[in-house]
Each structure stands twice: as structure tokens, then as C-alpha cells.
Write a protein that binds this ligand. Structure first.
Ligand code: UDP
Ligand code: MG
Length: 238
């Protein structure tokens, strides 16, 4: 059994200017909780100095763990790896680009006293107009198809009890549907309003074409999973 209470999973792809300011903010948010935490940085084949910077700061921040991919595999793969390597009973995923605010982490953790999962809800999104519109269309269309009640499935800030992520199987692109997959397994969840910030450093890795159309396509796979999910109940004894 591990003595870690909380694992923060940070998928990092070319975030050299964001990663240490973010880790400093995570430290400020989590230290006062007096819990044991680790920061699992999954370096998704960065070609900038992300890895070097993390390595240099490991002595100053002993909570940092670095896992590096041999090449870029995409956000879902980075999250999947981080979830599997996480030692904590509580897992928090957070984008590494400073758009999510670590100051929101304690309230998500607090919600896990009552729910299995707590999802960030960016009511006041600080993204480009194009990105906000494409996300609105995708969210509305998704809700129509899956009939779920998740407002902001794409928010990078989410907290779960470990059992939630251990019981789901991710495929490339499915990070956008994590709340639906967790709900299918019968776990409870809540949505909590969180702060959202502009990306000041580095570039977004997604465009309307590689986000909207891919996620619409993936939606049909998720619809299929919902339809074919086992719902049997046993009534006989052995
Ligand atoms: N990311 C990653 N691998 C990728 C693309 C993105 O690990 O192939 C990480 C990225 O470093 C960031 C998070 O996923 O921490 C969200 O990416 P981004 O900010 O580009 O997405 P957006 O905010 O534009 O949706
Ligand atoms: Mg971002």
C-alpha cells in the first residue's frame, strides 16, 4: 500500500515556460492540506526543454515524478499512463499549460467526501472565440446523443477516487468522454465551477479541425459503448 494521498497528473507536451510556475502553484494549493501528494508529470515526447526543466527542479520539489514517452502520443495516452502510474487514492488531472487554476484543487478534493468524482466546469472560458464556439457545438451535440448532463466534459481539471479511473478503458481521443465512461461504471459525480485562464505561454495543440471533427467521430464510439454496456444483475447463488 502506498502512503500517497493525492496524485496530480500533468500531461506535458512542450510546456517549458508553464511547467514550473504551475508546479509552484500546485505546491501552494496542496501543501496547506497536510496530505501526502505527488506530481506525476507525463512528458509526452516534448521537443523543447520541458524534460530538462523538470529534471533540474526535482531536488527543490521532491514530489515531482517524471515519466517520459519516447515520442508524442497525444493527451489521452499521457493521461492513461499517468493514471496507471499514480500511487494516490485521489487522482487529479490538470492541464500543464496554466489554463487550469490549482487554487481550485482543494474544493474538488473536498467534493470527493461525497462523490466518487468531481469535474471542473469552466463557466467563464478564456479561449479564442473559434474554440469556444466549436466546443459549444460539440458539447450540445454530445449531450443530445449521449443524454448525459455534463456541462464541460473537456475541462482539464478533474478529481477522482482511484477506483474510477482504474475501471475505465481509454482509447486515443476519449479523454473528452471520461465523465461518461465513469458514469457507465456506476460511480457518482458532481460538477464544480472552476477558474479558467488564458494560455499566456506556449501554443495550443488543438485546432477546430483536429478537435471538433475527431470528437464528433469519437462520439459514435462512445454511443456504441453506452448501448452495449453490460447491465446484468445476478439473482442466483453459486
Ligand atoms: N498535451 C499532451 N499531448 C499532446 C497534446 C497536448 O500532453 O499531444 C497536453 C498539453 O501539454 C496540455 C494539455 O494536454 O497540458 C492540454 O493541451 P492544450 O492546452 O494544447 O489544449 P487546449 O487547452 O487548447 O484544449
Ligand atoms: Mg490549454
Amino acid at each position: 500500500m502506498s502512503d500517497i494521498d493525492i496524485s496530480v497528473v500533468l500531461p506535458c507536451y512542450n510546456e517549458q515556460d508553464n511547467i514550473m510556475p504551475l508546479i509552484t502553484q500546485i505546491t501552494n494549493a496542496l501543501k496547506p492540506l497536510n496530505k501526502k501528494y505527488e506530481i506525476v508529470c507525463v512528458n509526452d515526447g516534448s521537443t523543447d526543454n520541458t524534460y530538462k526543466i523538470l529534471k533540474l527542479n526535482k531536488t527543490k520539489f521532491p514530489e515531482i515524478r517524471i515519466i517520459s514517452f519516447t515520442k508524442n502520443n497525444g493527451l489521452t495516452a499521457a493521461l492513461d499512463c499517468g493514471f496507471k502510474r499514480a500511487k494516490g487514492n485521489i487522482i487529479i488531472m490538470c492541464d500543464a499549460d496554466m489554463q487550469n487554476d490549482p487554487a481550485d484543487m482543494p474544493k474538488l478534493i473536498d467534493a470527493l467526501k461525497y462523490y466518487d468524482a468531481a469535474y471542473g466546469w469552466r463557466k467563464n472560458r478564456q479561449d479564442t472565440f473559434k474554440k469556444r464556439i466549436s466546443s459549444k457545438i460539440a458539447n450540445n451535440f454530445r449531450r443530445m446523443v449521449t443524454k448525459d448532463n455534463i456541462h464541460d466534459t473537456g475541462c482539464g481539471l478533474k478529481a477522482f477516487k482511484k477506483k474510477c479511473v482504474s475501471s475505465i478503458k481509454l482509447f486515443d481521443g476519449l479523454h473528452r468522454f471520461i465523465p461518461i465512461l465513469i458514469e457507465l461504471e456506476g460511480y457518482t459525480s458532481t460538477q464544480i465551477e472552476v477558474n479558467h485562464r488564458h494560455r499566456f505561454k506556449g501554443k495550443s495543440k488543438y485546432t477546430v479541425a483536429n478537435r471538433l471533427f475527431k470528437s464528433l467521430y469519437d462520439l459514435f464510439a462512445v454511443k456504441w459503448m453506452i448501448k452495449r454496456h453490460f447491465r446484468y444483475k445476478e439473482k442466483s447463488d453459486e
